[in-house]
Ligand binder design. Structure first.
Ligand code: SAH
Length: 262
């Protein structure tokens, strides 16, 4: 039973804080966090925010406690200015949906704002050139909330149409095999020389790593893939981008070559 609607004087901001460095946050995200009395989030997301957290009540929570965190944020936001922070974009495998679902279920009327952030797909793409220039798909390999069979069906669907595919949550200790499974699905539809980028800690101060390889060769780099990594598998039109002798990244042409000479 939803609880009755309560009058609310606070506000709730669900803030995407981007991939890591503060300079990749939006001005709106920074402003709203600066104007909050409570800031709620995971340690790893709160650390880069330290300089703007002075004087605020900071509530650190851990992975797997998202529902509790959402309830707590909503309770506090009845009477206080609350920011709940989420890495990347809060609406992409982030906190936005669970907060809005819990809010809807509670029947509470609140001033709510979802603030967008640079998601991992954009962050990872930016460090390897322009692999996502046209249509592309995004799939999470985490089977915590989605059954693996469903993920495999989605992988087949997107690989079969030859567009670039971005893999979030490619591997973790709890699910070490999902990445290899996804590569197997890709190989059913795409050639071995399809370019592939493994991007770890994109746009973060520590630990940024980039590997440009191919679908045929990726097995050699499987150990580099972990939960801090985003993997971009090119589409049928993607190619390796070179500058002189150096492999710089991946370009997926948008199609200008069909219309113009350059
Ligand atoms: N809401 C986040 C995604 C959370 S899911 C967003 O919009 O980016 C967590 C997954 O995101 C990680 O397993 C990894 O695949 C990806 N990710 C998040 N930040 C990243 C970064 N800085 N570099 C590479 N991958 C990242």
């Amino acid at each position: 039973m939803p609880s009755p609607v309560k009058p609310a004087t606070g506000r709730l901001a669900i803030v995407g804080i981007g991939p890591g460095r503060r300079e990749h946050m939006t001005a709106r995200a920074l402003k709203v966090i600066a104007g909050s009395e409570y800031v709620i989030g995971n340690d790893s997301y709160l650390d880069p925010l330290q300089p703007v957290l002075a004087g605020k009540t900071v509530i650190r929570s851990s992975m797997g406690k998202e529902v509790e965190r959402a309830k707590q944020a909503i309770d506090l936001a009845r009477t206080h200015a609350v920011a709940i922070v989420s890495g990347g974009d809060a609406g992409v495998y982030g906190m936005a949906s669970i907060v809005l679902e819990v809010l809807e279920h509670s029947g509470t009327e609140l001033d709510v704002e979802v603030i967008p952030g640079v998601t991992a797909a954009n962050a990872a793409a930016s460090v390897v050139g322009s692999p996502l220039s046209g249509d592309f798909a995004v799939i999470s390999l985490s089977d915590l909330l989605t059954p693996l069979e469903e993920i495999e069906r989605r992988l087949d669907a997107v690989f079969s149409i030859g567009i670039p595919v971005v893999l979030y949550n490619p591997k973790s200790r709890g699910r070490p095999h999902n990445f290899a499974i996804a590569i197997e699905h890709a190989r059913r539809y795409l050639s071995c020389d399809t370019p592939l980028a493994i991007v770890k800690n994109a746009l973060r101060d520590d630990g940024e790593e980039v590997i440009i390889t191919t679908l045929g060769d990726v097995k050699r780099h499987e150990d580099a893939v972990d939960m801090h990594t985003t993997v971009i598998i090119g589409g049928s039109e993607s190619r390796i981008w070179r500058m002189g002798e150096h492999v710089k990244g991946i370009i997926t042409p948008r199609g200008y070559h069909r219309k113009y000479v350059y």
